[in-house]
Design a protein around this ligand. Structure first.
Ligand code: V47
Ligand code: ZN
Length: 386
């Protein structure tokens, strides 16, 4: 059983259907019911409809962590020895986490389902399809190539698979994908070396790669040791976007800024404990990649109402809204925007500004940024027109 909290997924009704009567009962957090229609019932229905059509950019979403039950079922059918359940109900239970370490164990069991370049291509292409359905025009997908190469996937075939899916997705869905290669820090410096090599070797480095990250548990995995690998990636023209302050305190965020030269911070949740850090992030326009439901699902934050997103906004920090590992956390990007609308008390214009924050903080080129920002403005003006 998860903690009692205001479950953002309180209904599975289509947004046009009458609301299900609310009982006032607080539901435990339960991940992974991907067939649910995800809507926060405390957000007005027309705001959900506005969010559903709003052009968006997603800056923090994991490749394997985006595998929908349909993709998981297909991969599990290809590899029937896996322990990952395929039935959606059983999968929802499987995606209910006792703590962050448990989440990583489950995550790695899904990683184990990806064994061939064709699995990689299928996953990437289907993830793009799911993003396109939510009007995501641009996404930076965090990929952990070390996890695949150490499991025996040929590195060239891996790169070819993600690039092939990227090009197909852009041509067919109009969604532009870019990659962040992240070090799975707990796997040690061997994984850092391998990730840096794959990201910086001109013969391997994929065209879509824009940034370099660091993920996994933070406890017992100090950030400074990864400095040489980030230095190499930055020298090769990549942006620095480590996770920090998700499961440890603000000192980890400082370390990410000082040693890894972070340009954005993945989560950064504990920054709220340090007013000087909040001021620094605001002054230097270091955006936070906030993933509210993820923080509840991994128990990094106790309840949504206790999430520090409001403090970030008040401090003048560029807040971006992201979904992290959406099917595993029983959410999607649209639902995260609805959660943000409630926590930050936003109307349509506020939501449009939030969507534009992600565009601003993205690593898309300036004409690309201008195009999506304009699309957001046109959509919003049309929506609000009498
Ligand atoms: N909320 C999150 N916060 C942080 N990270 C998150 C989050 N969501 C997803 N991740 C991903 O989890 C991976 C973790 C993988 C890992 O620790 C590991 C350890 C030992 C061996 C291996 C292996 O592959 O053999 C892998 C990270 O690289 C990251 O991309
Ligand atoms: Zn993440």
């Amino acid at each position: 059983m998860g903690p009692a909290y205001d479950d953002p997924r309180v209904t599975d009704q289509p947004i046009t259907a009458p609301r299900r009567p609310r009982t006032g009962r607080r539901a435990p957090f339960r991940g992974g019911t991907l067939t649910d229609h995800l809507v926060d019932a405390r957000v007005p229905r027309d705001l959900h409809a506005f969010i559903a059509g709003l052009p968006k950019a997603e800056l923090h979403v994991h490749h394997v962590g985006s595998a929908s039950p349909r993709i998981v079922a297909e991969l599990a059918a290809r590899h029937p020895d896996s322990k990952v359940p395929t039935d959606p109900e059983a999968l929802a239970d499987y995606f209910t986490f006792t703590d962050f370490a448990h989440f990583i164990d489950v995550y790695l069991s899904v990683v184990d389902l990806i064994r061939t370049p064709e699995d990689v291509r299928l996953l990437t292409y289907e993830v793009a399809r799911d993003l396109a359905r939510q009007q995501v025009r641009y996404a930076e997908l965090t990929i952990t190539p070390f996890s695949s190469t150490r499991r025996g996937i040929d590195e060239r075939a891996f790169m070819a698979a993600i690039e092939d899916a990227r090009k197909a997705a852009e041509a067919e869905f109009g969604t532009v994908l870019r990659w962040c290669f992240d070090i799975p820090g707990e796997a040690g410096l061997e994984s850092a070396e391998e990730t840096a090599r794959l990201a910086t070797d001109d013969r391997l480095r994929p065209e879509g790669l824009v940034s370099f990250g660091l993920g996994g548990p933070e406890i017992g995995v100090p950030r400074p040791q990864f400095k040489p690998y980030f230095d190499r990636a930055i020298a090769a023209g990549l942006h620095s976007v480590p996770h920090a302050g998700e499961t440890t305190g603000p000192e980890t965020v400082w370390d990410a800024l000082t040693h890894l030269r972070a340009e954005r911070i993945g989560h950064g949740t504990s920054s709220a404990q340090d007013p000087k850090l909040l001021a620094h992030l605001a002054e230097h326009r270091i955006a936070l990649e906030v993933c509210p439901t993820s923080n509840i699902a991994t128990r990094a934050v106790r309840t949504l109402d206790e999430h520090p997103i409001k403090e970030f906004a008040k401090a003048g920090i560029i807040v971006t809204i992201n979904s992290d590992d959406p099917p595993m956390f029983g959410t999607d990007l649209n639902n995260e925007y609805a959660v943000a609308a409630r926590l930050l008390d936003l109307d349509e214009r506020g939501l449009a500004d939030l969507a534009k924050n992600a565009v601003t903080a993205s690593f898309l080129d300036e004409p690309g940024k201008a195009r999506i920002a304009e699309e957001i403005d046109t959509y919003t003006a049309g929506w609000l027109a009498p």
